[in-house]
Ligand binder design. Structure first.
Ligand SMILES: [Zn+2]
Ligand SMILES: [Zn+2]
Length: 133
């Protein structure tokens, strides 16, 4: 930090500081000029109102018990674009099975039942192999 310039004339080296705003100035003449405008200590942090309003919204993230079970977007795309899976889905039996699982309040039980059906098992195998690739 070298010597600071007078903030009023910006030419001479400042020897003094304004007691109000700490602005450097070089002479009485400059100080008088400076005082023509009201000055105050610069407020570095405007702490008017902290942003903690009355609405304390709880941002609850969507949680999943097993994050690893959630398909990644790429995986979903792979499944969606798989012609094998598409053609498998044309099977009415399979559609019914999936619908059952989808609509059932006890999806896991329905899934278990569906796993006993060849069409469904083959279908899930296809999905798994698509995801694995
Ligand atoms: Zn000056
Ligand atoms: Zn001042």
């Amino acid at each position: 930090m070298g010597p600071r310039l007078c903030q009023v004339c910006n030419e001479a080296q400042s020897k003094y500081k304004c007691p109000s705003c700490l602005a450097p100035y070089c002479s009485v003449a400059c100080f008088k000029k400076h005082k023509e405008n009201p000055c105050a200590l610069p407020v570095s942090s405007l702490e008017n109102s902290p942003t903690t309003g009355p609405e304390s919204r709880v941002d609850r993230p969507l949680t999943v018990e097993e994050p690893s079970e959630v398909l990644q977007r790429l995986q979903l795309e792979a499944v969606a674009s798989s012609s094998e899976i598409c053609s498998a889905l044309k099977d009415e039996n399979l559609q019914k099975l999936i619908l059952n699982i989808d609509c059932s309040p006890d999806a896991e039980k329905e899934l278990e039942k569906a796993m006993g059906v060849d069409v469904f098992r083959i279908f899930t195998d296809k999905i798994l192999s698509t995801l694995g690739s």
